[in-house]
Design a binder for this molecule. Sequence first.
Ligand code: AMP
Ligand code: GLY
Length: 432
Amino acid sequence: MKVLVIGKGGREHAICWKFAQSPNVTEVIAAPGSDGMRSVARCVPIEEHEADDLLTFSAEENIGLVVIGPEAPLVNGLADRFTEAGIRVFGPSQKAAQVEGSKEFAKILMKKHAIPTGDYAVFTELDRAKDYVRKHGAPIVIKADGLAAGKGVVVAMTETEAFKALEDMLDSKQFGEAGARVVIEEYVAGEECSLMAFVHGETVVPMVVAQDHKRAFEGDRGPNTGGMGAYSPVPHLNEKTIAEAEEQILRRMAKAMSEEGCPFTGILYAGLMITEKGPKVIEFNARFGDPETQVVLPRLKTPLDDVIVSVLNGEEKEILWAEEACLGVVLASEGYPDGYEKGQVLDSNLLKSEEGQLFFHAGTKNTEAGWVTNGGRVGIVTSLANTLEQAKSAAYNDLARVKLDGLFYRSDIGNRAISPVTAGASSISKTK
Ligand code: AMP
Ligand code: GLY
């Protein structure tokens, strides 16, 4: 079977890399993919929003399975187009993708179906939103209702910060239409983690849990980013709590969506806060997490196509996971998540991988001058080893032997789970 992966980031590189190991996959194709994926996939120059071309291509190539990586094409209905054309696709319909595309939609479903999450209210008018903040006080969380590339969330520690976020969204229209409706949410304290599952209707096969590091700088400081590093497993989380999250959150949400006439197919991602009272939902995504996927898929031992096809057939087949731990450190362009320069030449040592070491490309490009940066998150240095400690040392040792001009990374990935190792990292990583 030929598979088509739509997207071009580190997540899609990891998905292609995993498919390339499957005995039943004859060819992995990425659209548009990236230079960094060429070792595991044939890349075709069709962008994720070019639905007609993607459909024609898939029909001509007799694609057996399509996986859509990013949220934007899902929210725009790309999976529906494949379904209508009779091409097997693993991704939610436009209606079901609203679970990520509208925070209010997700909240309404959660409240109706008793899925644990913080209290909230929705506003389009600044004055009324400010009144609500005054009444409830800080800390409080302000979220743009629609998609805002991971930037539409402000965890306001003071009322002033909350007012500023509301003004930016409702008055200055910083996020355009996505921020014209605002969800104000109760601040939930706890330990954060990401729990993803393969889902088709009420068939739910959970993955192993991961933890992402969303803030740009060490010690969880600085602005929110798409994610600066991740690891799996997360040993300081109680297994019973995770099992509870699988039941009360993933399965209950899948059932709720079926009952509400928008059954979900694809990867249901629950961003969770593990509180003293159990797990609560911070957000749902309708796709694989980035960079969680880059540390979860290396631990998957069952071929990825087997898992997806059996879930699509309604089977909850047990999937096998490696005992090993996986940890990935994101390498980012200086300035990310705000402005940054592209075209910085990358040290070739970065791309040499040893046993257990992987570099998943995100914003890179292969030019006559060699590999250069081409995005905010450049890639993720990932290591699979017997223990988290070993995976962490290996990833940071790998980073310590490359020159990283114009780049930075966090030196504390995994520290919440293990005691810190210094391995040459802190001198070049940036702390603000
Ligand atoms: P999101 O994009 O919704 O995942 O939010 C970005 C980050 O903001 C999350 O990873 C959390 O660290 C934080 N956050 C979001 N919602 C809440 C909440 N209700 N309480 C506390 N922190 C939150
Ligand atoms: N790493 C968070 C996300 O994929 O949304």
